[in-house]
Design a binder for this molecule. Structure first.
Ligand code: PLP
Length: 427
């Protein structure tokens, strides 16, 4: 038996596999888990109540439940939901879209896999690449390219905001230069808010990227898994929802309570949506119906977005503030810098004095029951890495991503242990 190159690439070890494994695998007996790894969102009671209500409505409505579970939806997704979503986004933001501009996928992770491979790889004898203009980026992208060497990136700039605070900034001039010098770039992609750093690209930064995309006739993929208008885990006020024909906007119901139901929503120009639907047919036949069924009325009535702004955002904002206070308390006296938490469910801490790579630090933390994600996995797409060297960014092996959405007591224990071990492993 022999696996193909595609098989080997997709079945090999990857950061995202490690992360999902860490979520599911119990620690050795006697070790208490402090889960600060993975991307699991928190359970938010008011959000759960809303979905429970929708499900009860469905069950009480004659044989509608049986009707939902007994049929495949179309490859582009549940038609009623597509129409509702098109009307919602058009009336609220004036995007002028119809159901032909929206496709559903089984989670936005699948959407990214489809989109990246639509635009990066061999194309009529030429090689097309995908540019990540703000590295570090989401670990879940790193291994999604089917063809090797098709992901490229521009390292972020770093702005120091205070003794213990910093923020990544788009190096827009470097992105512009890269695009001018590399006509093979087939698309750009960013997460906004950014996983892992919690950075949120400003409206001006997105406008600049969108303008560059337009100028080079390539799409800008904006992964809005934590963004506006839902789940709205954004704490800055210069980040409006944005879509135009140069942008492919990817959304998800995962961080607004439905990670297990796997619903991704892609908004794009019609020919791209047609392609996503066609890939769905080949890769998955259809997308799951339950997410759209549970969310459709909530979206139409404006309740989904109200839950996002009135419940989900304040919930995570309080958690983020608590996390900042914990880090300040337990890391006091050490050399650390925390990325300003502008959104997402993560914080990103830079530990300049760490004398071992974070991959090793992560594994030592794991032995003490603290699950984190080491920073190295979030830096990808460089020539240097292909030559077996480190990613050219001073943060490469000195950062940890911490999920702050878990139970408060376990989060605090985790931070306390990380700070203690940082002292132990500092130069
Ligand atoms: C930035 C980003 N994009 C996409 C996803 C995938 O989410 P899902 O497939 O659950 O929609 C995640 C999950 O954590 C994420 O953090």
């Amino acid at each position: 038996m022999e696996f193909t190159d595609f098989g080997i690439k997709l079945s090999s070890h990857s950061g995202i596999l490690q992360l999902m494994d860490d979520i599911g695998r119990p620690l050795p007996e006697g070790i208490k888990a402090r889960p600060l790894g993975g991307g699991n969102p928190a359970r938010v009671p008011e959000v759960e109540k809303a979905y429970r209500h929708e499900l009860e409505k469905l069950l009480a409505d004659g044989d509608r439940f049986e009707d939902v579970i007994a049929h495949y939806d179309s490859p582009q997704g549940r038609v009623g939901f597509l129409k509702t979503a098109a009307e919602f986004f058009s009336s609220r933001y004036g995007w002028g879209i119809t159901e032909e501009n929206i496709a559903l996928t089984n989670g936005s992770q699948s959407a990214m896999f489809y989109l990246f491979n639509l635009f990066a790889g061999s194309a009529g004898g030429r090689r097309r690449t995908l540019l990540f203009p703000l590295m570090p980026e989401y670990i879940g992208y790193a291994d999604q390219g089917i063809e090797p060497s098709t992901f490229v990136s521009v390292p972020s700039k770093c702005e120091r905001l205070g003794e213990h605070s910093f923020k990544y900034k788009l190096d827009a001039d470097a992105v512009e230069r890269y695009l001018d010098e590399h006509p093979e770039v087939g698309a750009m992609a960013v997460s906004r808010p950014t996983n892992p750093s919690g950075n949120v690209l400003t409206d001006d930064e997105v406008a600049r990227l969108s303008e560059l995309a337009h100028r080079h006739s390539i799409p800008l993929i904006v992964d809005n898994a934590y963004g506006l208008p839902f789940p709205d885990i954004i704490f800055t006020d210069d980040a409006a929802p944005v879509w135009n024909e140069d942008i492919i906007l990817s959304m998800s119901l995962s961080k607004i309570g439905l990670p297990s139901i796997r619903t991704g929503i892609v908004i794009a120009r019609k020919e791209i949506i047609k392609a996503v639907g066609n890939i769905n047919a080949i890769a998955a036949l259809a997308t799951g119906s339950m997410g759209p069924v549970l969310a459709e009325d909530l979206l139409r009535r404006g309740e989904l977005t109200k839950l996002a702004s009135d419940v989900v955002r304040p919930f995570y904002k309080a958690k983020a503030e608590r996390m900042e206070a914990l880090i300040e308390r337990y890391f006091a006296g050490t050399d650390y810098q925390l990325h300003r938490i502008e959104g997402s469910i993560f914080c990103w801490i830079y530990l300049p004095s760490l004398r071992i790579p974070t991959l090793e630090f992560y594994s030592r933390l794991m032995d003490s029951g603290v699950i984190t994600v080491p920073g190295e996995y979030f830096f990808f797409g460089s020539k240097e890495q292909e030559e077996g060297k480190a990613y050219p960014h001073e943060h490469y092996d000195k950062c940890l991503r911490l999920n702050y959405s878990g139970p408060d007591d376990l989060t605090e224990e985790g931070v306390e242990i990380i700070a203690r071990m940082y002292r132990e492993f500092s130069v």
